[in-house]
Design a protein around this ligand. Structure first.
Ligand code: DC
Length: 231
């Protein structure tokens, strides 16, 4: 393994800021493994829903998270997701799972389990990981921290496009309301809340193309590495 490539690029931000698309492309450009940490929260939520577990019971949901095996397998278009050997790549994108994942993400003991697994993934190889607490909690020591943002209207619009492609038709206003509610939950929870850290580069993607955002990140990573080499 090339030591120079053992870096962790942390990409945080609210839902719909473009993290997934951007993180996948950044990973490809920098030869890193792409990891979608949100898929892990979704996998736990999916398991809870399919086993009819009461998601308001923190203790039981945490136990479920502890016992299940979540696997993220690199694939052409991102990553395939498995829960205890069953492929759930598409199932975890269903609206009920989205809603439930945001709720179970407030459970401290669930976060502990998943954060440990995420740290392990970055221990042996370079990764580009996207989520809400990657730069703050999972890899606070990485110098490569990014925070992607966009207006709530634009994020709702992007979400509407995604959902339409998956065959769901939802009103833009309803989606914007959901996006705002999810932001509030993500930002105000007691553990691992979504927040900007001082050493993260904040990028407002509202009026930017995917390619432009990727370019800004890759350039910034190169700049930091060059500076580190000079020292
Ligand atoms: O990124 P996403 O929308 O697929 O994430 C699903 C939920 O999981 C979302 O409500 C926020 C939460 N999440 C989190 O709390 N911490 C992370 N590192 C990633 C996602």
């Amino acid at each position: 393994m090339d030591k120079r490539n053992h870096i962790v690029v942390a990409i945080d931000g609210p839902a719909g800021a473009g993290k997934s698309t951007v993180a996948k492309l950044v990973a490809r450009r920098l030869s890193l493994l792409y990891i979608d940490s949100g898929a892990m929260y979704r996998a736990v939520a999916w398991k809870a829903l399919t086993t009819k577990t009461d998601i308001s019971d923190a203790r039981i949901v945490a136990e479920l998270a502890r016992q299940m095996k979540i696997e993220l397998a690199p694939a052409d278009r991102g990553a395939r997701v498995f829960a205890d050997g069953k492929e759930i790549t598409h199932l975890i994108r269903e609206p009920e799972v989205t809603e439930a994942s945001s709720r179970i993400a407030t459970i401290g003991a669930v976060r502990e389990v998943l954060v440990r697994q995420q740290q392990e993934m970055g221990r042996t190889r370079g990764v580009a990981m996207e989520g809400r607490d990657i730069g703050t909690v999972v890899f606070p020591d990485t110098p490569f921290k990014f925070y992607l943002d966009a207006s709530s209207r634009e994020r709702a619009r992007r979400r509407k496009n995604d959902l339409e492609r998956a065959g769901h038709n939802v009103e833009l206003e309803d989606l914007e309301r959901e996006v705002v509610a999810r932001d509030r939950r993500d930002m105000t929870r007691a553990v691992g809340p979504l927040r900007k850290v001082e050493d993260a580069l904040v990028i407002d993607t509202t009026a930017m193309s995917i390619e432009q955002v990727v370019e800004v990140i890759v350039e910034h990573v190169h700049t930091i590495r060059k500076e580190a080499m000079k020292e």
